[in-house]
Design a protein around this ligand. Structure first.
Ligand code: PLP
Length: 404
């Protein structure tokens, strides 16, 4: 599999595995591949490395190591969190979440509705932010959990989780947050945050796919979601993904060391990219609040063009970006996040997310800025909705351009 140079602007979908992380995990694939639960040393010696990794990921979020449960992904962590809150409070059958969550939450909550649970999906305002008064009013005597994401993967908009957790506490309701997009971008301190449960996924912070964690605050009652062997102190069955866990631990250190770079160099790159596009390409607007927002994310609406067509042309240039979430592309539905913010479905279909990371360079941004205006111009010229509508024959020909 050979790969020409790619210009990667899709770090919210997944991130490059850092060479440092590969180096740390490889021995657990090549040499120390024993089962940590085995009686002999070759196996159980790996358990020590799991515990070291647990300390490292705990340090990333200022938790205690015993508050960490390793899972298979962010999706599992979210499902497990909500499920446990319901299972441990069988008399409470109501969940509060938002309309802009990742599909890992939206789909799970829709399944809960089918099973007879009651779910409130809180709306957002035009800038993507929540009305906290509405959140407070939505909490009922039978609410088992409030599950609200910290950073939106599509727009980067941040919810005030500390305030939300305080509201939950004052009502005696458990609070879970999907913080998958946060590590390496903002400091995370579960103590000051005040949440009861928090989800992370390693592949969003330069470790491989297929490893996640759920933080469960000490003394919070927890019902395992995956049941089997006694792994993870009986809280998550299944033989541990030793190499993945070691990678997660190393990646936690790696992103902690780079958090100031993310907030200075990467933020400046994102701002240059965003401001230059807005200045160079007419009828382009930013989606979501400028602040509070992740330092790496920019979501832009290009009026009169289909994002899918933009992405195809960018792909031909070696540029990776996305419309909406990687987990929902392929469907022709416009982003549920952008339509929840009040964008018409035709405008939402013209939105592209650029998400940067520590491996992006000034040259990457130069390359994108060199090519994007031409791409948009070409598509607008080909679009029948464009103000300067070319004759019908030309439209038919031009519309074939993006798909060839
Ligand atoms: C990527 C992502 C997830 C899903 O994590 P996986 O490990 O891919 O299952 C959940 N929530 C948010 C906000 C994400 O960005």
């Amino acid at each position: 599999m050979s790969q020409r140079k790619i210009y990667y602007f899709d770090n919210n979908a997944t991130t490059r595995v850092a060479p440092e992380v590969i180096e740390a995990m490889t021995p657990f694939l090549t040499e120390y591949w024993g089962n940590p639960s085995s009686a002999y040393g070759f196996g159980h010696r790996t358990a020590k490395h799991i515990e070291e990794a647990r300390h490292k990921v705990a340090a990333l979020i200022h938790a205690e190591p015993r508050e960490i449960i390793f899972t298979s992904c962010g999706t599992e962590s979210n499902n497990a969190a909500i499920s446990s809150c319901l299972q441990m409070n069988p008399d409470k059958r109501h969940v509060v979440t938002t309309v802009v969550e990742h599909s890992a939450n939206i789909k799970f909550c829709k399944l809960l509705q089918k099973q007879g649970y009651d779910v409130t999906f809180l709306p957002v305002e035009a800038d993507g932010l929540l009305d906290l008064h509405l959140l407070q009013k939505s909490i009922r005597a039978d609410t088992a959990v409030v599950s609200v994401m910290w950073a939106n993967n599509e727009t980067g908009v941040l919810f005030p989780i500390e305030e939300i957790a305080a509201i939950c506490r004052s009502h005696g309701v458990l609070c879970h947050t999907d913080a998958v997009q946060v590590p390496g971008k903002l400091a995370i301190d579960v103590r000051s945050l005040g949440v009861d449960l928090l989800s992370l996924s390693a592949h969003k912070l330069h470790a491989p796919k297929g490893i996640g964690l759920l933080y469960v605050k000490r003394r919070t009652k927890f019902q395992p979601y995956i049941v089997g062997g006694g792994q993870e102190r009986g809280k998550r069955g299944g033989t541990e993904n030793v190499a993945g866990i070691v990678a997660f631990g190393r990646a936690a250190e790696f992103v902690m060391e780079r958090i100031s770079e993310e907030n200075s160099r990467v933020r400046r790159l994102r701002d240059r990219l965003e401001n230059s596009i807005l200045a160079a390409i007419p009828r382009t607007i930013r989606n979501g609040a400028i602040e509070p927002r992740l330092p790496n994310t920019s979501n832009l609406a290009f009026e009169g063009v289909e994002a899918e067509a933009i992405l195809v042309l960018l792909d031909q240039l070696g540029i990776c970006a996305s419309s909406g979430s990687a987990c929902t592309t392929g469907s022709l539905d416009p982003s549920h996040v952008l339509t929840a913010m009040g964008l018409s479905s035709s405008r939402a279909r013209g939105c592209v997310r650029f998400s940067l990371g520590i491996y992006n360079t000034e040259e990457d941004v130069d390359y994108l800025l060199e090519h994007l205006p031409g791409v948009i111009q070409r598509l607008r010229a080909a679009s029948p909705a464009s103000p300067a509508t070319p004759p019908k024959q030309q439209v038919a020909e031009a519309r074939h351009v993006p798909v060839t």
